[in-house]
Write a protein that binds this ligand. Structure first.
Ligand code: CA
Length: 236
């Protein structure tokens, strides 16, 4: 499943590369370069994160201190520490601070992705990867949406962003969801707040479904937002 990730890393090149790799995997990634900025984002109202990837050595608040602070505040997100220190004692300090795992620098991006997948599997709140509602089923592994129709099941290939949007709708069937909430949950914080990314993405998703000969289950609720109104899979 796509995750909402906070990346706190002060090595600019590494941070940019890591963010790009994570985004390519479909994750939503906010990035900053100091512990205090990280704390501001973690404790802010706007975003809820599934995972924080924290460098150990940061300009002000260290990754370990940031992790401690998050745990003291009762935050249940997962924490992966990045450290140039490989000594066992340091690892223990990190894990004692409440980190779920650590990765020694330098690391291969594939290793980072594998650790994240392992954390996802371990997480008690790990969501069933097959989301479904009203005849619509999302298979994130295959990147497809399976739609029941009177003539059988139609498989629709979705882009990473389309999957995230669809997953969100499938988790909230019948609810009117403000566009601002979708933007906060599915796009990073640096997105221009007045841009119409949500409307544009919904339009793309509808167009995609139409290209497969399917009606759109996503209704626009004027001046309120969007609602996923599946047909119950019984178009027959
Ligand atoms: Ca550092």
């Amino acid at each position: 499943m796509p995750l909402r990730i906070l990346l706190v890393e002060d090595e600019e090149d590494l941070a940019v590369a890591t963010q790009a790799v994570l985004q390519r995997e479909g994750h939503v990634v906010d990035r900053c370069s100091s512990g205090l900025e990280g704390w501001t984002l973690l404790s802010g109202e706007l975003a809820r994160y599934d995972l924080a990837i924290l460098d150990w050595m940061l300009p002000d608040l260290s990754g370990v201190d940031l992790c401690r602070r998050a745990r003291a505040a009762g935050m249940g997100l997962q924490v992966l520490l990045l450290t140039a220190r490989a000594e066992t004692a340091d690892r223990v300090v990190g894990l004692d601070a409440g980190a779920d795992d650590y990765l020694s620098k330098p690391f291969a991006m594939e290793e980072l992705l594998a650790r994240i997948r392992a954390l996802q599997r371990r997480h008690p709140g790990y969501r069933e990867p097959l989301l479904s509602a009203g005849g619509y089923r999302l298979d994130p592994r295959a990147g497809t949406l399976l739609v029941s129709t009177s003539t059988g099941e139609v498989s629709v290939d979705l882009s990473g962003k389309e999957q995230q949007l669809m997953a969100y709708f499938l988790e909230h069937p019948g609810q009117t969801i403000p566009g601002s909430r979708l933007r906060n949950e599915l796009w990073d914080l640096h997105q221009d707040p007045v841009s119409n990314v949500v409307a544009a993405q919904v339009r793309l998703l509808r167009r995609k479904l139409a290209a497969y000969g399917l009606p759109s289950p996503i209704e626009t609720v004027p001046s309120k937002g969007y609602r996923f109104a599946p047909l119950g899979g019984n178009e027959t």
